[in-house]
Design a protein around this ligand. Structure first.
Ligand SMILES: *Cc1c(COP(=O)(O)O)cnc(C)c1O
Length: 397
């Protein structure tokens, strides 16, 4: 991660195909496009990769999450359970639909604690959204059981964990509907883009229509198509899809590089008794996009991440004070600072976040250090980085 580190002639060729005929839109213009349908090809490629029946590309990962929820019928007044540690996109996508984000604690997997999920269920709960953070996953079987028992929709945001798997299934393809982002910093990038994947044909058709103004995509005269229900525009362009197509075909190459670099760092840190790696559920394999570990306490973790910075170890973070990924600094959310009026029930739910006890999440995020794994590092780069990291941690003793 990120895929842009290794842009090549493969990406350039796909983009040139699109520019050669000038059709930048994914739908229509059949006569002009000389057989190039990059968005469609990428959807086919992803459906093969993820062994999933249906894929709908959209304009971003945030759009993917919102389209996924809308396609499953989540809307005004429905509660969606989500973790305290994620990207702001999670609650944005929920609130865009008039639904209510219900934030709950994480555990040592760095995502949803099944016990916290169960405790948060009310008659208004409609969906549970797992966010597979930093290249790994939550307790998928336990969460599946909870969703089945309470008849809830299970949504999987795998934006940060493409290529990881659980019991032989790729992350994103395990829940009822899965979401990916291909924004500029993700393992597979196309600048801006995202995907919804599902085996549920109804969800897929809903996503296909909803992300294109409600077009039913029947026949070959776009202007004559009918609109069975209201939609928006969350389309991806052919230029973005072209880059994504080349990148998606390279997923195995990127995951192998991530694994190689991750393994060097992990083996070096493993010998330190104060380092405890994040829990990966039995049967799970990370995507190796990040290496995550816990230190004994918040203070050590803050000091180590400071020492990393001072010693040239970039792309390693303690998320406790982070503005974008952890609830502590989401003051705009807790104070419901919206440009336009939002519903009283959403406002009421957000207000409770100011006083709710998230000490369990603080316990894990406070002690965590998360290191991005780059694709462009040489083996020597990673070995040097590993030894510097070990030194920094030892110095805190
Ligand atoms: C990147 C990301 C998103 C949003 O993707 P965009 O394409 O940037 O809108 C959503 N969820 C998670 C976990 C992400 O990391």
């Amino acid at each position: 991660m990120p895929g842009f580190e290794l842009f090549s002639d493969l990406e350039r060729k796909e983009v040139n195909d699109v520019l050669d005929n000038g059709v930048l839109m994914r739908y229509g213009f059949d006569g002009m496009r000389k057989g190039h349908w990059k968005a469609k090809e990428l959807e086919t490629e992803l459906s093969k990769t993820f062994s999933t029946n249906h894929v709908q590309l959209v304009s971003s990962g945030t759009a993917a999450v919102s389209v996924a929820l809308a396609s499953a019928g989540v809307g005004a007044g429905d509660e969606v359970i989500m973790p305290t540690f994620t990207f702001v996109a999670s609650f944005e996508a929920i609130m865009m639909l008039g639904a209510i984000p219900i934030l709950v604690d994480i555990d040592d997997t760095l995502t949803l604690d099944p016990k916290a999920v169960e405790a948060a269920i009310t008659p208004k709960t409609k969906a549970v959204m797992i966010v597979q953070m930093c290249g790994s996953m939550g307790h998928m079987d336990a969460l599946r059981t909870i969703c089945n028992n309470h008849k809830l929709i299970f949504v999987e945001d795998a934006c940060q964990a493409i290529g990881g798997s659980y019991k032989g299934k790729l992350l994103g393809s395990i829940a009822d509907v899965g979401c990916f982002s291909f924004d500029f910093v993700k393992t597979i990038t196309c600048g801006e883009g995202g995907a919804v994947i599902t085996n549920n044909k109804d969800y897929y058709l809903n996503a296909d229509h909803y992300s294109d103004h409600g077009h039913d995509h029947i026949g070959n005269d776009r202007g004559a198509e009918s609109h069975p229900f209201l939609g928006y525009n969350f389309r991806i362009s052919e230029l973005n899809a072209a880059v994504g197509l080349a990148q998606a075909r390279r997923l195995p190459e990127f995951i192998a590089l991530q694994k190689q670099n991750y393994t060097i760092l992990r083996n070096a840190l493993e010998v330190l008794p104060e380092v405890q790696f994040r829990t990966v559920p039995d049967g799970g394999e990370e995507s190796y996009a990040f290496l995550n570990f816990f230190l004994p306490d918040l203070e050590t973790s803050r000091n180590v991440s400071k020492a990393f910075k001072e010693n040239g170890i970039d792309v390693c973070w303690n998320y406790f004070d982070n503005n974008w990924h952890y609830i502590r600094e989401w003051h705009h959310l807790k104070e419901a600072k919206s440009l336009y009026p939002i519903s009283p029930e959403i406002k009421a739910a957000l207000t409770t976040l100011k006083t709710k006890d998230f000490s369990q999440s603080d316990h894990f995020i406070g002690r965590n250090i998360s290191c991005l794994i780059k694709l462009s590092w040489t083996t020597d780069d990673v070995k040097l980085r590993a030894s510097k990291m070990v030194e920094c941690i030892k110095k805190m003793r």
